[in-house]
Ligand binder design. Structure first.
Ligand SMILES: C[S@@+](CC[C@H](N)C(=O)[O-])C[C@H]1O[C@@H](n2cnc3c(N)ncnc32)[C@H](O)[C@@H]1O
Length: 254
């Protein structure tokens, strides 16, 4: 009798803790019946307690500034894909996640947006300590960024706590967790590190997590690191790169 997806995911979790590598587990699950797609809500698997509970968001200023956060590409894709699950890699103060959430809400979609970010900043946020928009926004306290709390406050102020779930770990770690739990998404937005090897690694890690017919969307085509990584990944995998407003995208066949 074939195992349920939940059982497969549970066994993978145990095996992983016992020292099997994710690569071996993935190979095993491809050879088996899996190729699974967990359909439930992800937040209860990630957070035992509500991350927004008791948070004093009103003590933070209204500031969801970012880059390319209100692109029309988000609305178009939410309308076309009507996603039930979105993964964002690189959230910063939450600008793009909030745009995605407002389109999903406008369309009455019951969507879950999983925001992956360390909230510690990318390389360009640490290269110029005088840059108020980048390094300054990390808002270091005793040498450690507090940007995460500005993000939480922005989500609360917009009333999107029900839709947006933070996952505060490095992008590759989150992708490994998603793979272990068979979490797939209709739309994955890549806007984390812009360094070529990091972007390439994000593409390798997240491409398998895009549902058939889904889209992997990304920002900053103008950055050499991003463009070179996307071109390399697309070439190696026989994928066509297309452009939508200020974003690039890769579509997964149905
Ligand atoms: C350009 S900002 C994201 C902008 C955001 N999408 C917006 O609309 O404003 C990049 C973010 O990626 C995060 N980041 C960079 N490298 C990362 C990594 N390897 N794992 C997780 N987050 C990362 C940074 O902390 C930063 O918040």
């Amino acid at each position: 009798m074939p195992l349920s997806r939940h059982a497969q995911s549970w066994i993978k979790g145990i095996a992983y803790r016992c020292g099997f590598s994710l690569r071996r587990l993935r190979t095993a699950s491809r050879q088996g019946s899996s190729g699974g797609d967990f359909m439930g809500a992800v937040r209860p698997l990630l957070h035992k307690a509500d991350p927004y509970q008791g948070f004093d968001w009103q003590s933070y200023p209204e500031d969801a500034s970012g880059w390319g956060s209100d692109s029309p590409a988000f609305g178009e894709l939410v309308e076309t894909l009507r996603p039930r699950r979105i993964i964002e890699v690189g959230t910063w103060k939450g600008g793009s996640a909030l745009t995605l959430a407002s389109h999903a809400a406008r369309l009455g979609l019951d969507a879950e947006i999983l925001c992956v970010d360390t909230w510690l900043g990318a390389l360009e946020m640490w290269t110029d300590l005088e840059d108020a928009d980048r390094h300054g926004a990390l808002a270091l306290k005793h040498g450690y960024p507090t940007l995460y709390y500005q993000f939480l406050a922005n989500v609360c102020r917009a009333g999107r706590q029900g839709m947006i779930t933070p996952f505060p770990v490095p992008s590759v770690t989150a992708a490994q967790w998603f793979a272990l739990r068979d979490v797939r998404a209709d739309l994955i937005y890549i806007d984390g590190s812009h360094e070529e090897e990091d972007v390439y690694q994000d593409l390798v890690s997240y491409w398998d997590l895009v549902r058939p017919g889904g889209i992997l969307l990304g920002d900053d085509w103008g950055w050499d690191g991003v463009r070179l990584a996307v071109q390399r990944f697309a070439r190696e995998n026989g994928l066509a790169i297309s452009h939508r407003h200020d974003k690039w995208e890769l579509r997964r066949d149905v």
